[in-house]
Design a binder for this molecule. Structure first.
Ligand code: S3P
Length: 442
């Protein structure tokens, strides 16, 4: 983030999205590439790495623990792995910025190290719940102190002997699953995690790609501690969570036809496509292929009339980051859209239910928040001023809303778009969005 300044997006109404573009690399996979590459034996070459602030925070943290990492340069990163026992004590607390994924996954990775670490973050990350990882990690023998109510900072005490556990997750969270599995690498015996619903499985896939034995059966993932990771090449696909803004934008803007190239379509991530298609969207997957253990395709999206739906709860974890964009689709749909079973949205980078409801209301749309979801009446989007609360996905969602608005939409506090989507305004502008970025000193 640009310190001492704030960014505003001003998006003029109308237009359509056209052509072909490639959104930046997948955030979840980029984080894991750094973490597993650092712990592997040998040199890991990564291409398509997301040079967003969240993944750069992970990269810097591993450098601070003695890992040589070259790049990133045009998405290329070379990680000189130090092996599972090779990390060094960092000289200072590790600042993970806005990134919940870095903090939760690293808590697991660092719980079994011989040295102490302190993990800190920005104001948003400092409000997010960490008890969901410190609780199972403590059961494994970790010693982690938190701030009040289980919030950051985390102080992880080194030198603990971890034991494998059999953990039933109370919520569908890939971050919790991954944190426990990564701690399991340093634990004695077997570590198993059972999830209440399928969540993104990039950790399991990448561990397997690095030669680690991981058993997955019916929502239960197990691994044995004390193995080794062997370096592997990683080609990071474009992030479906970033493609989501364009899928929604092209669906709602009449006359749009857009191809999104090389998008990761791992079935634990494609809820956005399923939900939009249930609403009537015209999205086709072309040229499906597999790249480094992850399914990839080109997505072709054309404008289509959308209708409101009741979103199936089973799809919620598979589209968990895409709801801000989906709410904009719902605002442009005919009829009512009802979301339930999505209380997790309240503890993301912002309370995404409340912040989206407020933003939609500012643009003249009726949106009623509920404890675990929202009810949105499709209608005519007006222009308005929206506060993103520093949440990247809120900012980009309202930028796309302007395609169907009657007046311009001004979105405040947009600097954090750089956490996941550097170059968003330029790419969206090139595809047809009438977006201007204003930097203001504070
Ligand atoms: C992520 C998992 C999801 C998601 C986050 C990235 C990951 O969080 O919201 O942006 O990379 O594992 P939860 O697992 O907490 O739902």
């Amino acid at each position: 983030m640009t310190h001492g300044s704030t960014l505003e997006f001003r998006v003029e109404p109308g237009g359509r999205l056209e052509g072909r573009c490639r959104v930046p690399g997948d955030k979840s996979i980029s984080h894991r590439a750094i973490m597993l590459g650092a712990l592997a034996e040998g040199t890991t070459e990564v291409s398509g790495f997301l040079e967003g602030e969240d993944c750069l925070a992970t990269l810097k943290a591993f450098r601070a623990m003695g890992v040589r990492i070259d790049g990133p340069e045009a998405g290329r990163v070379t990680i000189h792995g130090v092996g599972l026992q090779g990390l060094k004590a960092p000289g200072a607390p590790l600042d993970l910025g806005n990134s919940g994924t870095s903090m939760r996954l690293m808590a697991g990775l660092l719980a079994g190290q011989p040295f102490d670490t302190v993990l800190t973050g920005d104001a948003s990350l400092s409000r997010r719940p960490m008890g969901r990882v410190t609780e199972p990690l403590s059961r494994m023998g970790a010693r982690i102190d938190t701030g009040p109510e289980g919030r950051p900072p985390l102080t992880i005490r080194g030198g603990q002997a971890l034991e494998g556990i059999d953990y039933e997750m109370p919520m569908a969270s890939a971050q919790v699953k991954s944190s426990v599995l990564l701690a399991g690498l340093h634990a004695r015996g077997r570590t198993c995690v059972t999830e209440p619903a399928p969540t993104r499985d990039h950790t399991e896939r990448m561990l397997t790609g690095f030669g680690y034995d991981v058993a997955c059966h019916h929502g239960r993932v197990c691994l044995q501690g004390g193995g080794r990771l062997r370096a592997a090449a990683i080609d990071v696909p474009a992030d479906i969570s970033s493609a989501a803004f364009f899928l929604v934008g092209a669906s709602i803007a009449p006359g749009s036809e857009l191809t999104l190239a090389h998008v990761g379509v791992n079935p634990t991530r494609t809820g956005i496509i399923d939900i939009l298609q249930l609403m009537g969207a015209d999205i086709r997957l072309e040229n499906p292929r597999e790249v480094g253990g992850e399914p990839v395709a080109d997505l072709v999206v054309r404008a289509a009339p959308l209708k409101g739906i009741r979103i199936p709860e089973a799809l919620v974890p598979l589209a968990i980051d895409e709801f801000p964009a989906l709410f904009v689709a719902a605002a442009c749909a005919e009829g009512e859209t009802v979301l339930t079973g999505a209380e997790e949205l309240r503890v993301k980078e912002s309370d995404r239910i409340q912040v989206m409801a407020d933003g939609l209301a500012a643009c003249g749309i009726q949106a009623r928040p509920t404890p675990d979801g929202i009810v949105i009446q499709g209608g005519r989007l007006q222009g308005g001023v929206v506060h993103s609360h520093g949440d990247h996905r809120i900012a980009m969602s309202f930028a796309m809303a302007a395609l169907r608005a009657q007046g311009s939409i001004r979105i405040q506090d947009c600097a954090n778009v750089n956490t996941s989507f550097p170059g968003f305004a330029a790419l969206a502008g090139g595809a047809g969005l009438n977006i201007h970025v204003k930097e203001e000193g504070v």
